[in-house]
Every structure is written in C-alpha cells, then in structure tokens.
Design a binder for this molecule. Structure first.
Ligand code: NAD
Length: 329
C-alpha cells in the first residue's frame, strides 16, 4: 500500500523512516501543503497523511476521493481543519494521533512564559551586541502568582503540573473538570472569573465553534492590566487584531503565541527573503513583549517519534479492518 505525506519536512522523513512498521508501507514524502491545487498529487494513493495546515475542506476531500484515496491519516491531535461531514458523505475514513507528547506542548508554553517574563529574547540580542546593561529586563517571580489554565486535558494537565512546581496558584476552566488537575490544588471557575483573577493565562482547549475567539475585545478588557497570555492551542482561539489593541494600551503585558489564525499560508516556510504580506502578524512582531514561534510546540524528538509510530499503526490497523483513533463528525 502507498501513502502520501503532504506538508512533510526533513524531520518527518527521519521520524517516519525509522518508525516501527515503516517498511510495510511505501511512504512518499511531499513537501507541498495539501490544497485544491495540490490534491491531484495524491492520485492513486489509498492513504493520504496530512498535517495541521493542510486543507481538508469538502472540495479537497472530493478531489482526493476521486483520485482513489480512502484513508486520511492525520499526523495531529487537532482535527478542526477537517470537514468531517464531507468525509463521512464521501466514505473517507479519518484517523488521528490523539496524544503524542503532551509534555512537548506544555513545556513550550512554559518556555514562552519564562522567556517573556525574564526577557530572554531581549537579553540574548543585547549581550551578543556587547550591551551588558539590565535596564528594561526586570521580571517577576512566578512563585505565588495565579495561573489560569483554559482546557485541562492532557496538555493542560502537563502544564498545570509544571506551574504547580513553580509554586503558582492554579485556576482552571474546562466544561469537564479533571480530578488530576484538582488534585494539584487547582480551583475550577467559570471563564470570566478565571480571566479576571489570573496573572498568566494559557490556552489548551481545542478549536471548536464554542471556543473560536474565546479571547476577544471584551475578555481582554476583563484581564488584570499587564496580564500575560500564552496560546499554544489554535490561532483562532484568539481575535488577533484585538490583541494588538490590548498590547498598545498596555492592558496585555506579555503575549506568547505558537499559533496564529492565518498561519496556514506562512508557518513552516522560510520566508525571510520575502516581504511579509500579513500586516497583523507584522505589527505583532514589532512589540518587545511579544514572542511568536511558528507552531513548534510539538517539535521534540519524542513527539515526532510518537506521531510517526501511531500514524503507521493507525494505517496498519485500518488496512487490517480494525481501525483505531477514528475521528467522526
Ligand atoms: P485534550 O482533548 O486532552 O484536552 C482538551 C481539553 O479541552 C478537554 O479537557 C476538553 O474538555 C477541554 N475543552 C473542550 N471545550 C472547551 C471549552 N469550550 N473551554 C475550555 N476547555 C474546553 O487535548 P490536548 O491533547 O490537551 O490538546 C489541546 C489542544 O492543543 C488541541 O486541541 C490542539 O488544538 C492543541 N495542540 C497544539 C499543538 C502545538 O504544537 N501548538 C500540539 C498539539 C495540540
């Protein structure tokens, strides 16, 4: 059986080629993102393996189906980019990797918090320029600060454990409270209360119609002045232009983003010799108290190995008529 991996990078080739079960399949690595224009490349491939910024809308799925595709194997946990109703209608099976390393994402969220607070991005540049001054680098102790965790599934739990280790007070919001998070001493509140009471807010919920623009002008106005917001979930959890207004007024003191609403056309590519066409992202990148990473929170050796192993197992199980990790609408 042949599988085509869209949006594949060198690190995907390495992790998939060395994963258990790799020799049972003919894997073809395609650097292009899956779109309506590139869907034709999958002609004749029963299995299409896609990542988070691939387009899995109804027209693309229809094209894949016409080319003989039967299985969409997502290399991600999130599936907000798949038109599941269309997949069902077309008889396409969709599988995903529900968990690969919650630690990878949680630790990246913490890395953003520490870098923003202790201004490591500024200190790094300064000392390399021979500037050993400390003005403007004052941070705050994390110990004793209130941290709000929005979404307390696997990643939210891993994040809460780390922040509990710093001696933070934990607040949480999730329609389904997690007893393991409560056991860390976290208090579950409703979202408006959590936003009002937290110094640091970290988003770990999926993108759904209910969570789209969860952070918007009204919720930003309710934050403590100078609060820190971290988003390693999905870009559209926040209304990005509203973040710019809140940063300009000082209402938002620090912003760490690993995801961006309009990232699909930009992230994962070296665009350093091109003018940045996205004015919202360009403005965000001018703030000294903002760090943007290009959806790299998942990018650890352990997570890549787990993504490859689970994806190959998902494909093998589907081929054997005993599918696992199905995504259904
Ligand atoms: P999970 O399913 O284990 O946990 C998600 C939690 O969010 C659940 O407890 C669920 O009850 C909760 N939730 C659902 N609706 C909510 C709402 N309206 N408000 C608050 N909470 C809500 O998923 P996970 O593995 O912890 O991943 C969380 C998200 O992180 C994924 O959906 C994905 O979007 C994102 N993610 C990002 C990266 C990255 O590289 N940046 C990598 C993996 C996952």
């Amino acid at each position: 059986m042949q599988a085509l991996l869209f949006s594949s990078q060198h690190y995907d080739q390495d992790s998939f080629s060395s994963a258990p079960g790799a020799t049972q399949l003919a894997l073809h690595f395609q650097g292009a993102r899956l779109t309506e224009d590139t869907a034709a490349l999958a002609e004749g491939y029963e299995v299409v393996c896609a990542f988070i910024n691939d387009d899995l809308s109804a027209p693309v799925l229809t094209r894949l189906k016409a080319g003989g595709t039967r299985l969409i194997a997502l290399r991600s946990a999130g599936y907000n980019h798949v038109d599941l109703a269309a997949a069902k209608r077309l008889g396409l099976t969709v599988v995903r990797v529900p968990a690969y390393s919650p630690h990878a994402v949680a630790e990246h969220a913490v890395a953003l918090i520490l870098a923003l607070n202790r201004r490591l991005h500024r200190a790094y540049n300064r000392t390399r320029e021979g500037d050993f001054s400390l003005h403007g680098l004052t941070g705050f102790d994390l110990h004793g600060k209130t941290v709000g965790v929005v979404g307390t599934g696997q990643i939210g739990l891993a994040f809460a454990r780390i922040m509990a280790g710093f001696g933070c007070q934990l607040l949480a919001y999730d329609p389904y409270p997690n007893p393991e998070v409560e056991a860390l001493g976290a208090r579950y509140l409703d979202l408006p209360e959590l936003l009002r009471e937290s110094r640091i807010i970290s988003l770990h919920c999926p993108l759904t119609p209910q969570t789209r623009h969860l952070i918007n002008p009204q919720s930003l106005a309710s934050l403590q002045p100078g609060a820190m917001l971290i988003n390693t979930g999905r870009g559209a959890l926040v209304d990005t232009p509203a973040l710019i207004d809140a940063l300009k007024s000082g209402q938002l003191g620090y912003l760490g983003l690993d995801v961006y609403e309009e990232e699909a056309q930009i992230f994962f590519e070296d665009r350093s010799d091109l003018p940045l066409q996205d004015d919202v992202l360009a403005r965000l990148l001018t703030f000294p108290n903002v760090i943007v990473t290009a959806h790299q929170a998942f990018l650890t050796r352990e997570a890549l190995a787990a993504i490859a192993a689970t994806t190959l197992e998902n494909i093998a199980r589907w081929a054997a008529g005993n599918p696992q990790n199905l995504v259904e609408g």
